[in-house]
Design a binder for this molecule. Structure first.
Ligand code: NAD
Ligand code: WQD
Length: 339
């Protein structure tokens, strides 16, 4: 990984951050995690240490805390920032927009200011396919117009815009905007995985909580979409493939590629009913479900054109729907109540 040997990971106790931290540490990179634990559990740290056999430096704190950030950047000589910290619940973002603009946009500005002050030049941002909104295609490439349809999505687009402008003003910066599709799955060991607080918003953790008996049945939002089986189609990506995409991006941020914008997806969508069937096969459990009305704001279908990531990062996904389901199940059955 060249000279990028010391990385701060904001949101590193969260779902995607924790899987990326394991891969960074296994690649010999020193990691400092900063997280306010607003949507994660400190128990993940011990699991990461067990998986990697190494100590992980953890700071409980908020990206909006400028004094803390300054101290952290002074104390550790870091050379890159991976920025996962943020709020991600679409429905909540509509109810509490200021909370989302504050955490996701203002928080990122504070982080960027302190990063610039500390003369750190490399920044990797967790963006989302949600920045595309509702374009007139279902296969999103990086040049598809950006027009998010909810507050959460607008916070991601605002940060992308900030980063594009920041790069123009500071050519020495190396920035990657990684637009994730639908992350699912867990580490193969079953030690770390997705651990939502409260009722899961997303399909996969809901299915796995039904399988383990925490919830009675899955509600499928819409059976009358113009798709082959009437349920929504999404591009689910295994979290360990996604984590690997971050290491590939870190590696690719060189003089010739100093501003990278890429989709991280598989390019192959699955329907809700296909996910249910695959999970039943992987777990040996029946997933009771009921088809109910559509969820407001949901689209029938979308998936990534994943070709640019392959070209620029030399990265492509390796893990299919079977591993997405079996790894999720392994994590869920070993940790029925989370960490
Ligand atoms: P997560 O909630 O599991 O992880 C985010 C972490 O950030 C949590 O541990 C939370 O405690 C922390 N955090 C939140 N606000 C903070 C703040 N102000 N200061 C410090 N820490 C803070 O979510 P995740 O699924 O791992 O997502 C990581 C990133 O990827 C987020 O930015 C999210 O928007 C983005 N993303 C997620 C998905 C997805 O479906 N999971 C898809 C696209 C993009
Ligand atoms: C997937 C499919 C639902 C739950 C969201 C965000 C997006 C990104 C990823 C962060 C859809 C159906 C779901 C349930 C269901 N996050 N479903 N019953 O909505 O594609 O994307 O997470 O950036 O921005 O919007 O993901 O997992 O919620 O839904 O039938 O209980 O499963 O209708 O077709 P989504 P999801």
């Amino acid at each position: 990984m060249g000279f990028m040997n010391k990385v701060i990971v904001t949101g590193g106790t969260g779902y995607i951050g924790s899987h990326t931290v394991v891969q960074l540490m296994n690649a010999g990179i020193e990691v400092v995690v900063l997280d306010n634990l607003s949507n994660s559990n400190q128990g993940v740290i011990a699991r990461i240490e067990k998986l990697t056999g190494k100590h992980l430096e953890f700071i409980e704190g908020d990206i909006r805390d400028r004094v803390l950030l300054r101290r952290v950047f002074e104390r550790y000589s870091l050379n890159a920032v991976m920025h996962f910290a943020g709020l991600k619940a679409v429905g909540e973002s509509e109810q509490e927009p200021l909370k989302y603009f504050d955490n996701n946009v203002s928080g990122t500005i504070v982080l960027l200011e302190e990063m610039m002050r500390a003369k750190i030049n490399t920044f990797i941002f967790s963006s989302s396919a949600t920045v595309y909104g509702n374009p007139d295609t279902v296969c999103y490439s990086e040049t598809t117009p950006l027009s998010p349809i909810n507050v959460y999505g607008r916070t991601k687009l605002m940060v992308e815009d900030i980063l594009r402008d920041l790069k123009k003003a500071n050519p020495q910066l190396r920035i990657a905007l990684l637009r994730y599709f639908n992350p699912v799955g867990a580490h193969i060991s079953g030690e770390i995985g997705e651990n939502p607080f409260g009722v899961p918003n997303n399909l996969m953790p809901f299915i796995s909580q039904v399988a383990v008996g925490v919830r009675e049945k899955l509600l499928i939002y819409g059976g009358d979409y113009p798709t082959p089986d009437g349920t929504g189609l999404r591009d689910y990506i295994h979290v360990d493939d996604l984590a690997a995409g971050h290491l590939a991006a870190l590696n690719a941020l060189s003089d010739s590629h100093s501003f990278i914008t890429v989709n991280l997806g598989t390019g192959r969508p699955y329907s809700v009913l296909e996910m249910v069937a695959a999970f039943e096969k992987a777990s040996g459990k029946k997933i009771p479900y009921e088809i109910v009305g559509r969820r407001p704001g949901d689209l029938p279908e979308y998936y990534a054109d994943a070709s640019l990531a392959k070209k620029l990062l030399g990265w492509e996904t390796k893990l299919g729907i079977d591993r997405m389901c079996s790894d999720t199940w392994n994590w869920q059955k070993n940790n029925p109540t989370g960490y």
